[in-house]
Design a protein around this ligand. Structure first.
Ligand SMILES: Cc1cc2nc3c(=O)[nH]c(=O)nc-3n(C[C@H](O)[C@H](O)[C@H](O)COP(=O)(O)OP(=O)(O)OC[C@H]3O[C@@H](n4cnc5c(N)ncnc54)[C@H](O)[C@@H]3O)c2cc1C
Length: 428
């Protein structure tokens, strides 16, 4: 992996607020906690640690938000991959219930943090819709709605007529609307979070890859090309960009590319026709397609991507075609950006927290839901780092294990994406 890389081209690189100053580490420094990776996981952990008076140094290979956090769909979605009943069945009535409460409330953590630190990032708490276009998925949405109602969640079940009105297209049979969701400009959010952390006393170093970590007495030492950090504790949040810094970690997750195409701003009257509600939408299907309108009326369509870097809308032409099939009236408008990035998935589709050594906390793999979840994990990681017991953390802390036959997984994921597309196309 190269020492560090410039921010790849994307809509957000052109529109987000400017970055905070984050010069590389210079010499040998000391802090109570060293955080490795400045995406939402690392930044939120650092910010919540600093809020409690802890001195923190963040080391980022490139710049804050360079990874998935600065390139994603910007959808602030509540919940985990599995529905609440399944989570409670998998983890029992105590931990399961806390996981559900924390994960489904995660968007409120995002929007509260944005309000508290006055982060300029086009934030809009306009809801998230989980939309269904295949009859065999309708029961799943109805069940999710019933589970949400039973827990007092702010959810609505939208039928075909309501979806036609909210999306301006005939495609959907129904959807679950959760009013806690919404969207942000994610690079603006990451940069704003870095600045908020700095204002609380966190030192953030960009261009500072952690190349080696070792124990020295009761401390941890982290080496970068330009210095070292000595810290009592480490937090690692490197997600889909995890390298071989910590043994076994890279092979405990599968990095997968997702891609996005963005249009030029469309006229307000057409925006009102196609998405008057302005919620974030993701489809329930074998391969997730997700989309939204941003504050300037650009359409952002996300989903399947080549499993290597891309840089133009033509590289994700299928998403442009898909949008034009949904709303033929947008055909005259240009598509200006196309990009992608890597997220981390796990075979069980749960986020993974590990403590592979004393004082070391790892949190990775939000399985495509990290905008809200990685932010909400920040306070949890801070609590555990500052001595909270495992039982106080609203996620299981598990052993770090490599995925067997890891090398085959990338191929399997690519095949799965193709298979899923075919199945969705055939409606089976
Ligand atoms: C195209 C795309 C669309 C997505 N859409 C959505 C969406 O709409 N909604 C949603 O909830 N989620 C979405 N996701 C997922 C979401 O973006 C991620 O789950 C989330 O950003 C993960 O945050 P993170 O901080 O854990 O990781 P990242 O943001 O990937 O940050 C990891 C950081 O670690 C740094 N790093 C790695 N190794 C080292 C090292 N050795 N030393 C120092 N630094 C290092 C990297 O440079 C990187 O900046 C999407 C992801 C992608 C790629």
């Amino acid at each position: 992996m190269p020492a560090s890389a410039p921010l790849p081209p994307s809509l957000y690189a052109d529109t987000a607020r400017p970055p905070a100053m984050t010069p590389p580490l210079d010499g040998d420094k000391r802090a109570s906690v060293c955080v490795i990776g400045a995406g939402f996981t690392g930044l939120s952990a650092a910010l919540h640690l600093a809020q409690q008076g802890t001195d923190v140094i963040v080391l980022e290979r490139n710049e804050p938000g360079w990874g998935a956090s600065g390139r994603n769909g910007g959808q602030v979605n509540p919940g985990l991959k599995w529905d609440p009943d399944t989570v409670e069945k998998d983890f029992g009535p105590d931990l399961g219930r806390r996981m559900v409460a924390m994960s489904w409330d995660a968007p409120n953590v995002v929007f509260n943090l944005i309000a508290q630190h006055q982060i300029t990032c086009e934030a809009s708490q306009s809801g998230t819709m989980r939309a269904v276009f295949q009859q065999n998925n309708v029961a799943e949405i109805e069940s999710a709605f019933e589970q949400g109602v039973r827990r007092g969640m702010p959810v609505e079940l939208l039928d075909k007529a309501a979806m036609r009105q909210k999306i301006g297209a005939e495609r959907y049979l129904c959807a679950l609307l959760d009013n806690r969701g919404g969207h942000v400009n994610p690079l603006g959010y990451a940069r704003g979070m870095a600045q908020a952390a700095q204002q609380l006393g966190v030192t953030v170093h960009g261009g500072s890859p952690a190349e080696k970590v070792w124990r020295e007495g009761t401390s941890w030492k982290v080496q970068t090309p330009t210095g070292t950090v000595t810290a009592d504790r480490l937090v690692i949040g490197t997600n889909g960009y995890t390298d071989d810094l910590w043994p076994k970690l890279r092979k405990s997750v599968v990095p997968v590319y997702s891609g996005i195409a963005a249009s030029e701003p469309i006229p307000e009257e057409i925006a009102r026709e196609i998405m008057p509600h302005r919620a974030s939408i993701y489809e329930l299907g074998k391969v997730t397609t997700y989309y939204r309108l941003d504050k300037s009326n650009r359409i952002l369509m996300g989903g399947r991507s080549r499993q290597s870097p891309i840089s133009a809308p033509g590289d994700v032409q299928w998403m442009v075609d898909y949008a034009q099939r949904l709303w033929p009236q947008i055909k005259p408008f240009k598509w200006t950006h196309g990009w992608n990035g890597q997220l981390a998935i796990t075979p069980d589709h749960y986020p993974h927290i590990h403590e592979p050594a004393p004082g070391v906390l790892v949190c990775v793999a939000y399985n495509g839901r990290g905008v809200a979840m990685a932010t909400a994990m920040g306070p949890q990681l801070a609590k555990r780092t500052l001595g909270g017991s495992q039982a106080e953390i609203d996620m299981p802390i598990t052993d770090l294990k490599e995925i067997p036959f890891h090398a085959l997984w990338k191929t399997a994921v690519a095949a799965r994406v193709l298979y899923g597309r075919v199945r969705d196309y055939l409606h089976i």
